[in-house]
Design a protein around this ligand. Sequence first.
Ligand code: GTP
Ligand code: MG
Length: 540
Amino acid sequence: MPSSRPVTAVADRGPALAERLGALADAVDAADGRLDEDLVSRARAVLVKAQERLARGPDTVVVALGGGTGSGKSSLFNAMAGTPVSRVGAVRPVTGEPISFSVGDDPDPGPLLDWLGVRRRHAGPAGALEEGLILVDLPDHDSVELDHRQIVDRFVERVDVLVWVVDPLKYAQRALHDGYLKLLAAHARVVVLVLNHADTLSRDARAAVLHDLRRLLDAEGLRRAKLLSTSARTGEGLDGLRSTINDYVIERRAVAERIAGDLGNVSNALVSQVGPPHAATLDAGALARSLVAACGVEPLAAAGRRTYVNDANDATRPAVTSAVLKRVRSVRNPLRRLRRPAGTSAPDVSSIGVRHAVLMLADEAATDLPHPWPQRLHDAAHNAAEKLPSAVARALDRVDVHHVPRRAWWRLFWVVGSALELATLLGVIWLTMLAAVGWLQLPPPPTPEVGSAPLPTLMAIGGLLASLVWGFVRRRAVAAAAARHHAGVFSRLAKAVGIVADEHAVRPLRTELDVHARLSQALQRAAGRASPRRARSQGG
Ligand SMILES: Nc1nc2c(ncn2[C@@H]2O[C@H](COP(=O)(O)OP(=O)(O)OP(=O)(O)O)[C@@H](O)[C@H]2O)c(=O)[nH]1
Ligand SMILES: [Mg+2]
């Protein structure tokens, strides 16, 4: 049954058309809620129409005769059918509803005629006309009867080939050119213009009218539309009309051509809202850098560095100095034992800075994108900028900048430094005792010597000098390690900011750009601008 054939039935003859229809369906899905609603519903209507038409016998070609009243549609219709099926008359208008003539023995062109809304149906065997043709005689489009025009409009939407019959007096009529022909530019391949009543014109006048009509059609984008002249009265040009109609049936491409025209029209209209495929990139790295600046990562890392310096100093400072310092400090500042530098743990996130960074990202990605994409990206960025400051603050809070693991080398500094201090102290005590013995005029005890220097002097002076040098080395080592620690904390914080930025800002924007890319690729395919196979592999 023709009515049960799916859209892909056309694939036998035109895989490209089936692909293009599929691409438009993809695009309509992605466009929903994003593009102009009227346009999206127009695209949906094209898909439905294609589906319906292809389901109702893609191998049948429907050719309708349209035109103004009295132009001779019914006369030509009868001449083509070879039998007086449609009434011809002198009182206008004559034809009030469409009449069909099906050629050949298609068991049931009914579903197609139902869909077209034809009630008066006739059929005849294939003779001068090709089998598979359904010829339809239409009422006049310029009628005083309003419903005539509505009938014509529906047929113009649905038939495969339109034959416009004009007469020498009304061929330039605006109702025809503005109301129909100009709108059919995308369908020019399936539009035929027939100048009837040719017998009423002299040879020169006919040539002039044909020339003028051709000029009009070309100017209206209908360069590919065929132009014939006929006389239903004398039979002149009827063979040409018949063979033109037969050609469409023989090629059987009219169905596909007609649908392709609709598809091209609506796809191009959608393309104008989407633009060509766009290699928009999101500079997530730049966003992370701006956020790091806006979120007070550096002061936090600096606080971590200070904690490191404090902890390392506490652990490496030699015992005596350390004990003395502790004593002095606890007298000066009893709270110091709490140790954490106050006021540096809360991240200082600037909402304005965050907003600026995210909007910049969206603006850059939107360059070259047509309306409404910049607005959509802007909205997504706006949304992200609302949530981002608190999310970043929470993420920064989770990084413990004050956590400083103990290092093995700290012990070495403490042991060596303390030993040097101890030697110095012992040397000083020893010298003091020797001085006391001298002052009491007692015999001096034997004092060991290293080389020619007495040991206590060596211990006191050498120990002091060595302590000073060791202290200098210790402070340099702590400072260098603190700088490394600072860098580590900074990168941990920056990474946390990057993760949050990715989740709240980059991902929603990327989703929007991905939809744009999908849409634009699908539309390029639907419009027939991209090779279907290549486009598919790109899209996948
Ligand atoms: N001289 C001449 N008269 C024609 C020709 N074709 C049709 N006529 C006449 O023009 C009148 C209108 O013809 P129809 O075929 O009824 O015209 P129509 O376009 O079907 O008109 P409506 O059904 O009212 O829209 C009739 O009297 C025809 O005999 C032609 O080529 N030459
Ligand atoms: Mg008629």
